[in-house]
Write a protein that binds this ligand. Structure first.
Ligand SMILES: NC(=O)c1ccc[n+]([C@@H]2O[C@H](COP(=O)([O-])OP(=O)(O)OC[C@H]3O[C@@H](n4cnc5c(N)ncnc54)[C@H](O)[C@@H]3O)[C@@H](O)[C@H]2O)c1
Ligand SMILES: C[C@@H](O)[C@H](N)C(=O)O
Length: 390
């Protein structure tokens, strides 16, 4: 008997011998048998699936040589053109093979991203399209990156609610229906002024005061609920502010810690929109992406929780500026505080307790403040020198 999934809730009801069309969710022999049954058993339906495949561009080829294979088929990073997604896709492609990882977003990709591996348009608010992508490409892992961040979220609450909450519901349902392993990033922003702030443990009061934070607490709780209720393989890390050299932040409270490096190398001056003493947890992007892959690859029995804090360092704008000064002696920082961002930062953790991640699946960061500053200035320094030479 062939049964196709409807929105979540069907999986527990399927009796023995039922076969679903979610072939990407099955493995090994069961996968081969199921595909045979779906195609044979469904008759012309199977032919329609084949025909649809032929009509679509082949966005996902399986198994490239020299790379490890994902169980089943491929991974998808959606919301992938932001600060973190392109770097994540690069890391996953190195590990699993270029064509086994699909990047998607609603924006047009720049040339170098478009030519670096499969890219498709996908709106997180279009549930049917998400399902089609998962089914047609036999997706087994999804990294759900689309979101409006803290500052832009406060500027457009209805859109943040739609993308961060309705979008989340869509991806949770598709993932549960098709038995996917689902990564959703949370954030230091999932805590609020009544949480312990120095340090902030994994389990404590979470009463954030931004739509971003509220949507992330909702994501943590819904993911954990789907894990208990439907067996969804949900994995979540609460990231600190992420600092990257070759990608721009998308409108968050921690963006100053990326912009300072551009400005220090271009003009030797930087105007900071947070107070000099505002302490926040931060992490270099390489550590963030490695943590993401490590928690996704961790055996389930090592995970005593499904949502973990991860941390690397914690600093204030003043401390960061002192470190920059060691490399750029003429550097000057001034302060012009943005009250919206300052209020958000004042409600967030100052230090993050990530001892559970370190104990359970061996999390360890590589970059502390001095290495971060050297790496960022080297990148921007060489960038500026190339621009000047040109
Ligand atoms: N960057 C950080 O410092 C940081 C820290 C903590 C958590 N996170 C989380 O990591 C994830 C990625 O963050 P980022 O910094 O890359 O974000 P970003 O704002 O840079 O990128 C988000 C992407 O989502 C896309 N998007 C928006 N609406 C969409 C829709 N309807 N459908 C599909 N895509 C849509 C945007 O086009 C954009 O490319 C987010 O969930 C964020 O909350 C980021
Ligand atoms: C911290 C994080 O979630 C994001 N960079 C923000 O500031 O909104």
């Amino acid at each position: 008997r062939v049964r196709s999934g409807t929105r979540c809730g069907w999986r527990r009801e399927a009796g023995k011998g039922d076969v679903t069309v979610a072939t990407g969710a099955l493995r090994g022999e069961s996968l081969r048998r199921a595909r045979g049954l779906v195609r044979g058993g469904a008759g012309s339906g199977g032919e329609r699936i084949k025909a649809r495949r032929l009509l679509r561009a082949p966005v996902c080829r399986l198994r490239s040589h020299g790379a490890r294979s994902l169980p089943g088929s491929g991974a998808a990073a959606e919301g992938g053109l932001g600060q973190l997604g392109v770097g994540l896709a690069n890391l996953l492609r190195k590990r699993f093979g270029k064509d086994n990882v699909i990047l998607s977003d609603i924006r047009k990709p720049p040339d170098h991203v478009f030519h670096s591996g499969p890219f498709i348009y996908s709106d997180i608010l279009d549930y049917k399209n998400l399902r089609e992508i998962v089914v047609n490409n036999r997706i087994t892992w999804v990294f759900h990156y689309s979101a409006l961040l803290s500052a832009v979220g406060e500027a457009n609450v209805p859109l943040a609610r739609a993308v961060n909450i309705t979008g989340l519901h869509n991806i949770l349902d598709v993932a549960a229906e098709h038995n996917l392993r689902l990564f959703i990033p949370s954030t230091i922003g999932a805590f609020g002024p009544t949480s312990p702030r120095n340090p902030t443990p994994d389990l404590c009061i979470q009463r954030p005061r931004t739509i971003y934070g509220v949507s992330k607490v909702h994501a943590e709780l819904m993911g954990e609920y789907y894990h208990h209720r439907y067996g969804l393989d949900f994995r979540c890390l609460r990231y600190p502010g992420i600092i990257s050299a070759d990608s721009q932040p998308g409108g968050g409270t921690t963006d100053y810690a990326v912009q300072i490096f551009h400005d220090a190398t271009k003009s030797g001056k930087f105007e900071c929109n947070l107070k000099a003493s505002t302490r926040l947890p931060m992490m270099y992007i390489d550590d963030c992406l490695r943590a993401t892959l490590e928690v996704m690859e961790a055996p389930a029995e090592r995970l005593s929780m499904r949502t973990y804090n991860v941390n690397a360092m914690s600093f204030t704008p003043e401390e960061l500026a002192q470190e920059v000064l060691k490399h750029v002696p003429e550097f000057q920082i001034t302060y012009h505080v943005d009250p919206v961002r300052q209020a958000i930062a004042d409600s967030w953790p100052m230090n993050f307790d990530d001892s559970n991640a370190r104990k359970d699946w061996g999390w360890k960061h590589d970059f502390d403040l001095p290495e971060l500053v050297t790496t960022m200035l080297n990148f921007h320094g060489s960038d500026t020198r190339v621009a000047q030479a040109n």
